[in-house]
Design a protein around this ligand. Structure first.
Ligand code: PEP
Ligand code: MG
Length: 589
């Protein structure tokens, strides 16, 4: 057992020691597993049962999708049924099991590889893309192999470290929300990818961007995962384990300190009130968020309602979630963002056509306006939950004024419909927009007249403005929130909002970094929404500075030439005066 230390990007703090489970081995592993001849029939039965279950699932989803959004989305599932029942596929799988005595999992992996090579050789881009459908169907068969035995799969991850090449947001949502996962380690990913965000919300130490750790570890290896420093240690010897114990003890002390800070008032040294809020993905997180000192939910990423399930949620199911959020947070505000589907968040239930450039594709509000029935269901549910009086709606990915007009019309229709049905709602529920497309930031002066508030999504805003893919570890070094271009753009948004008396919140990961939060305070931000675990340290930093001094320093820093110059300048000017603001970076960076 080889001892090895690897560096990646720590995206969710905490340090743990545990045993590896290799997620990619579960699906389509190249390592072949065999069964003795007398178990061949058993394998053939497993395959048949799994295919039957998969067929039932696909037919069910197809019917549901057709009822809710029409035939044009449902036809994809016909293609899946055709693939599933393709005689060549079935014969190939059975041959592998019967003649080579491999386990069904290995037969599926071999067929997957066979089709991958076949599709790779096709020059037509559209047809090549269809490989995703084959993968989807084979994955579904695979997942159904042990159906009825879900508990085994769930328990497998409990107390273990999940090591994978990458996790789709839907996979992350299902696997991590089961609870009990000790840590997550990925070859790919960046700090603002959705896996990272979810891991932070669920308090699971996570290191991403390790390139090839899936090739370097074996199942059952021992691993130390240090999500704070971004280090992963494979099979640590005794000495290193001792180091780990003392590091973990220090981290625990630090955590307790954070809990204490959570109860302190949110005011700067010169008495300026600021509001820390929580970004959450699952309603279960709300108690956890409040315990870290969140003064409301600044961003509820409602797409996770879809990502966690295989069927489409009904209006009642939406309503139950929003109602629960509003009640549990009450009287604190809850900002519910309408679904941000597309981009890296695919919606398995709808089988959205693969797009060549999903981050620039049919995402978020673009998707919702194209799928009005789904959108209408969500708006009805949010408005119904608004009777609690603390609900606000955020619309993601606004790019142009025309979208505001369409949304306004749709809201008016839904309000009328609800009134006609005698259903209660808050007629004054504030509707705001995400500023996360640079074009929206540039016309924020026009948008500010039309909407109730802004919520700045710096994860996407910087991704698009600096042309840095937020999930690509190769370019994450360019992801610089203190880039003078970013500061100028943000300043423009704050000025626009204040000219029309509109509130601005910021819910990108930028708000969670103490130094960046101080800079944002200087730019005029008062509502900071972030992953709840970061609230105490941001609070501690902001309490330790005077808003008026920070404002002056940041105004000067705007004229500097690079992110590094800005950072050095801000630290140099503020550190001697407010040393406490820089003390809390502690073990969570
Ligand atoms: C953002 O883009 O900054 C944001 C908060 O939204 P998400 O991370 O869900 O894209
Ligand atoms: Mg976004």
């Amino acid at each position: 057992m080889e001892y090895l230390r690897l560096r990646g990007i720590g995206v969710s703090p905490g340090i743990v020691l545990g045993e590896v489970v290799l997620a990619d081995r579960i699906l389509f592993s190249p390592r072949k597993e065999y069964v003795p001849p007398h178990r061949v029939q058993e394998e053939l039965d497993r395959l048949k049962n799994a295919v039957d279950r998969a067929r039932k699932e696909i037919s069910g989803i197809k019917a549901q999708v057709r009822d809710m959004v029409g035939e044009e989305h449902a036809f994809i599932f016909d293609a899946h049924l055709l693939i599933l029942d393709d005689p060549a596929l079935a014969a190939g799988l059975r041959r592998l099991i019967r003649e080579e005595n491999v386990r069904t999992e290995s037969a599926l992996a071999e067929m997957h590889e066979h089709y991958r090579r076949l599709f790779e050789a096709i020059s037509d881009e559209y047809i090549r893309q269809r490989q995703a459908d084959v993968t989807d169907v084979l994955t579904r068969i695979h997942r159904n192999l042990d159906a009825g035995n879900d508990k085994v799969a769930a328990e497998d991850l409990r107390g273990k470290i999940l090591v994978a090449h990458d996790l789709l947001p839907s996979e992350a949502a299902t696997r991590l929300s089961q609870g009990g996962v000790l840590a997550v380690v990925l070859d790919q990913g960046g700090p603002t990818s959705h896996v990272a965000i979810l891991a932070r919300s669920l308090d699971i130490p996570t290191v991403v961007g390790l390139h090839d750790i899936t090739q370097r570890v074996n199942a059952h290896d021992q691993l130390i995962v240090d999500g704070t420093d971004g280090e992963v240690i494979i099979n640590p010897p005794l000495m290193v384990r001792k180091e780990f114990q003392s590091k973990r003890a220090k981290y625990e002390v630090y955590r307790q300190e954070l809990r204490r800070v959570a109860t302190w008032a949110s005011v700067t040294l010169d008495g300026v009130r600021f509001i820390p809020m929580a970004n959450i993905e699952l309603p279960e997180e709300i108690g956890h968020a409040l315990s870290y000192g969140a003064e409301g939910v600044g961003l509820f990423r409602s797409e996770f309602i879809y990502l966690q399930r295989t069927t489409l949620p009904t209006e009642e199911e939406h309503f139950e979630i929003y109602d629960r959020l509003a009640r549990e947070a009450s009287p604190r505000p809850v900002y519910i963002r309408t679904i941000d589907i597309g981009g890296e968040k695919a919606l398995p239930q709808l089988k959205i056509e693969a797009e060549p450039n999903p981050a620039l594709g049919l995402r978020a509000i673009r998707f919702s306006l194209r799928n009005r029935e789904l959108f209408r269901i969500q708006i009805r549910a949010i408005l119904r939950a608004s009777v609690q009086g603390n609900v606000r709606v955020i619309i993601p990915m606004i790019t142009e004024m025309e979208e505001i007009g369409e949304i306004r019309d749709l809201f008016a229709e839904v309000r009328q419909e609800l009134s006609a049905q005698g259903k209660a709602f808050d007629p004054a529920v504030p509707v705001g927009i995400m500023i996360e497309v640079p074009a929206a930031a540039a016309i924020s002066d026009l948008l500010a007249r039309e909407v109730d508030f802004f919520s700045i999504g710096t994860n996407d805003l910087l991704q698009y403005y600096l042309a840095v893919d937020r999930s690509n570890e190769h370019v994450s070094y360019l992801y610089k929130p203190l880039h003078p271009a970013a500061l100028r753009l943000l300043k423009h948004v704050f000025i626009s909002a204040s000219r029309y008396g509109k509130d601005v919140a910021l819910c990108g990961e930028m708000a969670a970094d103490p130094l960046l939060a101080i800079v944002l305070l200087g730019l005029g931000l008062r509502t900071f929404s972030m992953n709840p675990i970061f609230i105490p340290r941001v609070k501690k930093a902001l309490r330790a500075v005077e808003a008026r001094t920070v404002r002056r320093v940041v105004n000067q820093a705007m004229n500097l030439r690079s992110a590094q110059e800005v950072e050095e300048f801000v630290i140099e000017k503020l550190l001697p005066k407010y040393p406490d603001a820089f003390l809390m970076t502690g073990p969570t960076k």
